[in-house]
Design a protein around this ligand. Structure first.
Ligand code: NAD
Length: 249
């Protein structure tokens, strides 16, 4: 049986990158997937392609910083599909592309999208999951939520650290309501849309990864799939690193 048979899932930031791969994998595993992003053209194309390959998916515009937009998306999902079982809070922006690594407006943007966006998603999904059969929330943090780096904006580390701990907070608070909340911490992956560290920095970081290579998006998507599925039924408040051993050192 497919691993997400009968489940309804929302994936944010699903128009490209890891969110796209997670959405495609979820659909292959039998979920009805609601793909959300601010990049509407790409998001619609991915959803249409999933449907063309036999999956069940739709695209909805969602800016994760907009609380009314969250209400709308969760409302449409429940109205259209009857339930919400899984939320993957994947949307995020990178801390690499700013010339000013101490910019205050960059701090605000990083915290707004990467941290507040996850808080709003949990707040509104939990409201619906509590009324149903519970659910599973997977929040995408990073190795940058566990250790510091000297080459990115400290707001990125702060935002991903916030995701790590708000995950545990929600996990203990809603465990009895049968809502599991876990975080996934990718290591060095293909660059984000907003920019990446220089190739010299990426090479130096790769040399310091025990597996001596960057990660593949699928390798993160399978970790997210596991936590989202009922296979992880006794796992909540956990942090799953997918980093080739980087944080084990
Ligand atoms: P990406 O840049 O390829 O994709 C991010 C997606 O999020 C894009 O489609 C973008 O349009 C969307 N997005 C941005 N702001 C949004 C908003 N306000 N509302 C809704 N959608 C928005 O990034 P990725 O590499 O796939 O990263 C996905 C997640 O994984 C992010 O949270 C990122 O911080 C995290 N992560 C990435 C890496 C990496 O090296 N790529 C490593 C660790 C963690």
């Amino acid at each position: 049986m497919p691993r997400l048979d009968g489940k309804v899932a929302i994936v944010t930031g699903a128009a490209r990158g890891m969110g796209e791969v997670e959405a495609r994998l979820f659909a292959e595993e039998g979920a009805t997937v609601v793909l959300c992003d601010v990049s509407d053209g790409d998001g619609k194309r991915v959803a249409e392609d999933i449907v063309a390959h036999g999956g069940t998916a739709e695209y909805l515009h969602l800016n994760v910083t907009d609380e009314d937009n969250w209400r709308e998306v969760i409302g449409c999902t429940v109205a259209g599909h009857g339930r919400l079982d899984i939320l993957v809070n994947n949307a995020g922006i990178s801390g690499y592309d700013e010339e000013d690594n101490l910019g205050t407006s960059t701090w605000d943007r990083l915290l707004e999208i990467n941290a507040k966006g996850v808080f709003l998603g949990m707040k509104h999904a939990i409201g619906v999951m509590e009324q149903g059969d519970g659910g599973s929330i997977v929040n995408i943090s990073s190795i940058s939520g566990i250790v510091g780096q000297d080459f990115i904006h400290m707001g990125y580390n702060a935002s991903k650290g916030a995701v790590r701990l708000m995950t545990k907070s929600a996990a203990v608070r809603w465990a009895e309501a049968r809502i599991r909340v876990n975080s996934v911490h990718p290591g060095l992956m293909p660059p984000m849309a907003g920019g990446s560290a220089s190739s010299e920095t990426r090479d130096a970081m790769t040399a310091n990864i025990p597996m001596k290579r960057t990660g593949r998006r699928e390798e993160v998507a399978y970790a997210v799939l596991f936590l989202a599925s009922d296979e992880a039924s006794y796992i909540t408040g956990a942090e799953l690193v997918v980093d080739g051993g980087f944080t084990a050192q």
